[in-house]
Ligand binder design. Structure first.
Ligand code: EPU
Length: 345
């Protein structure tokens, strides 16, 4: 990956840049001052300037997991570092270095093209490679943390580039060291480790259903099946604004789960790695009757209660107001609190 070479250290800047096409909710938002970051070596000077002037700042990747206000004050760094290359290969695994600004789905398709299967369950997740480790993206029984070797980032606190190993990243369900230390690291590069031994992972209910007649699907079969399921269940942001799952699936202690199950025998849940129980937030919200409901310009998607949508002209305030109604009702009915998944900027 040669993204650092032959690139000027001064990134292109824009004043009052519209971000309506850069956030999948499609909110009418703009950045007071935006820098187009195309190489890691552009970051130190920008952060230096931000620190000296005490400006607020944030990084925007694909804009698929954010709730943007009308104006983003200060500096917005648009993460556009691209490039991907195989940097090592042995009998066990292949290491691939990928720029933080690479589109996630394009990268997954590229790995299959290069005959490096493993990430197919994560097809069609919106967003960028740099955002993937932050919330440890996951779908259909696979979390990206399993395939990460290391993450390179600029530490805005100590003003140096750091490399965090997989262990240092502290991956957990929709969580990582980066998420625990918000507003500190700018992910510039992710190194993936793809094992040479491939095994289909189709145990997740939706995938198992697709392959119940086909015992040994290929990585491409799984890739296509995941794309099909996601296209059917999740709204296309180009058609209807959304940020995927709006809430995390809440994790409750075993005892609370037992009590809830007695009262609600239909409760959908999954065992959690720590011995607790992960509840399907979509089911809880659905049971409260919100599916397909509208509140002004925003609403709950008609096919998946976990997804909140912008029907057009909605704002961050509208979506947060509706989210609060949902949280209150779920709390009242089930005694469970729902955490919002996208970042509120
Ligand atoms: N359910 C309902 N009604 C609904 C929605 C769901 O009853 O309206 C029940 C169904 O029984 C369903 C269960 O809830 O079987 C779980 O729903 P689903 O299989 O759709 O998955 P999820 O738990 O809602 C998670 C991730 C998704 C990921 C899918 C597939 C979270 C917060 N969400 O959704 O991630 O794609 O699993 O693995 O963990 C995202 O983060 O943006 C995202 C889409």
């Amino acid at each position: 990956m040669n993204s650092d070479q032959n690139t000027s250290a001064s990134p292109k800047s824009s004043l009052n840049l519209s971000l309506q096409d850069r956030n999948t909710f499609g909110f009418d938002a703009s950045a007071e001052l935006a820098y187009d970051i195309t190489a890691a070596n552009q970051i130190p000077a920008v952060i230096e300037q931000i620190t000296q002037k005490k400006l607020p700042w944030r990084v925007l990747g694909g804009g698929s997991n954010v709730i943007l206000p009308k104006v983003l004050p200060g500096v917005t760094l648009l993460m556009n570092i691209v490039g991907q290359e195989i940097i090592a290969s042995n009998a066990d695994s292949t290491l691939i270095a990928v720029g933080g600004g690479v589109n996630w789905h394009d990268f997954v398709a590229w790995t299959l093209d290069k005959d490096l299967p493993g990430l197919e369950n994560l097809a069609l997740i919106p967003g960028t490679v740099g955002a993937a480790p932050i919330q440890n993206i996951g779908a259909y029984g696979v979390e990206i943390g399993e395939y990460i070797d290391s993450v390179e980032a600029f530490d805005s606190k100590s003003h140096v580039f750091v490399t965090l190993t997989k262990d240092a990243c502290q991956f957990a369900y929709r969580d990582s060291y980066f998420k625990k230390n918000p507003h500190r690291y700018i992910v510039t590069k992710v190194v993936f480790k793809i094992p040479k031994q491939w095994q289909a992972r189709i145990h997740y209910a939706d995938l198992a259903k697709q392959f119940f007649r086909q015992s040994s699907p290929s990585p491409e079969d799984i890739f296509l099946a995941v794309c099909k399921i996601r296209t059917h269940k999740l709204p296309d942001p180009k058609v209807i604004g959304n940020a995927g799952s709006f809430f995390q699936n809440p994790i409750v202690p075993g005892k609370q789960y037992d009590t809830l199950l007695q009262k609600h025998p239909g409760l959908v849940s999954y065992p959690d790695a720590t011995g607790k129980r992960k509840l399907a937030a979509g089911w809880l919200i659905d049971q409260c009757g919100f599916k397909g409901q509208r509140m002004g310009n925003v609403g709950v998607y008609e096919k998946q209660a976990l997804v909140l949508v912008n029907h057009g002209n909605g704002t961050a305030q509208d979506i947060l107001r509706f989210a609060k109604c949902i949280q209150d009702k779920v709390q009242k009915e089930f005694g469970v609190s729902l955490d919002i998944e996208p970042n509120i900027l």
